[in-house]
Design a protein around this ligand. Structure first.
Ligand code: ZN
Length: 246
């Protein structure tokens, strides 16, 4: 879990790999889709990531994703143009306007997918973890002295928990990924995938406690090894479809 923001890398993507984007818009935009495609906004920033991350959203005629990094990521009202918000940012503090953008989106009955290091975001806005994601990474030790930890390049054996559309067609699988341990969890989360890896808390995907929007949290997804894993890709696709009410 590193916390620098690779402006140079973003600049290279913007001008070479994916073509120039309108000012203030995303660094990457999916190929044009039919009008019925699910409109997905992916918010990034505050943490570097492999370019392979974008491939997770590519190649689906029914998903139209646009990536918008901070600081622009959460400044606009998303209720009209976005069906599913995917957070893959790591920004610990957000201002009151960003907080109200998120809250109004969650209360509008939309879809939300919280992915990987975004579980360490918006920590000055506890409403989000308590009511939407149902978990957060702990940077500062609490009264019990516990704080979260992470470990890179772990091999995880992952098993589905019960049945749910988000894990449909996903059997037990192995993935090379980063684990988090000793996070805070709401008692209201509904686990979808578990691992017995001792460097993990166990749940690696769950339904959040939100009562107004459909929320899926996916702890997996650190780098290209996860992004290229077929089970991970299917999980993200299923999560977006379910969050959109499909
Ligand atoms: Zn990571």
């Amino acid at each position: 879990m590193r916390t620098f923001f690779p402006l140079l890398t973003l600049a290279l993507f913007t001008t070479t790999a994916f073509g120039a984007e309108p000012a203030g818009d995303g660094v990457w935009r999916d190929a044009p889709k039919n009008p019925d495609a699910i409109r997905v906004l992916v918010v990034t920033g505050g943490h570097d990531h492999d370019a392979s991350f974008y491939s997770v959203f590519e190649g689906y005629p029914d998903i139209a994703a646009n990536v918008r990094p901070h600081p622009a990521g959460l400044t606009r009202d998303m209720r009209k143009n976005v069906q599913v918000l995917v957070t893959y940012d790591m920004v610990r503090e957000i201002d009151p306007k960003q907080q109200s953008t998120l809250k109004s989106f969650a209360e509008a009955g939309k879809g939300i997918v919280v992915m990987h290091h975004a579980l360490a975001s918006y920590l000055n806005f506890p409403w989000w973890a308590e009511n939407v994601s149902g978990a957060h990474y702990v940077f500062e030790p609490g009264p019990d002295g516990k704080k979260s930890s992470f470990k890179h390049d772990e091999i995880l054996s992952v098993t589905p928990v019960g049945e749910h559309p988000v894990i449909a067609g996903i059997g037990p699988f192995k993935i090379l990924d980063e684990t988090y341990k000793d996070m805070w969890y709401s008692p209201k989360i509904h686990p979808l995938l578990n691992t017995d890896n001792p460097t993990s808390d166990g749940p690696v995907a769950w339904i959040g406690p939100c009562t107004t929007s459909r929320v899926v949290c996916i702890q997996l997804g650190h780098d290209r090894h996860a992004h290229g894993n077929p089970a991970f890709k299917k999980l993200v696709r299923n999560a977006i479809l379910w969050a959109a009410g499909k």
